[in-house]
Design a protein around this ligand. Structure first.
Ligand SMILES: [Zn+2]
Length: 100
């Protein structure tokens, strides 16, 4: 459908606008209604806490890749990454349990 292509382009512009305005909505991770932040390259939006964790997770993934391809040890980064992912997972599970 050609119409959907047009809408997809418009949505990209809209989500940039939303990121700037911090419009309140439901966080993709914890499900709470907060001011939301968008991360570059991610369609989801997150509250401040979750966006910080998701951003760290993305950052760590990039660092792990870089270290691994340079032949360096990634154990410290990987444990940091699993810590961050655990926090994100815990928060999303809490969201499932509550009735938000
Ligand atoms: Zn959140």
């Amino acid at each position: 459908m050609p119409l959907q292509l047009h809408i997809a382009g418009g949505e990209a512009v809209l989500s940039e606008l939303y990121a700037e305005l911090n419009i309140a909505g439901q966080c993709s991770v914890c499900g709470r209604v907060r001011d939301l932040f968008a991360l570059p390259g991610r369609p989801e939006k997150f509250c401040l806490e979750c966006s910080a964790d998701v951003a760290s997770a993305i950052q760590l993934t990039t660092e792990i890749d870089a270290e691994a391809s340079a032949g360096r040890a990634t154990a410290a980064l990987e444990s940091e990454f699993s810590e961050v992912s655990r926090r994100i997972l815990e928060r999303s599970q809490l969201a499932d349990l509550s009735d938000v």
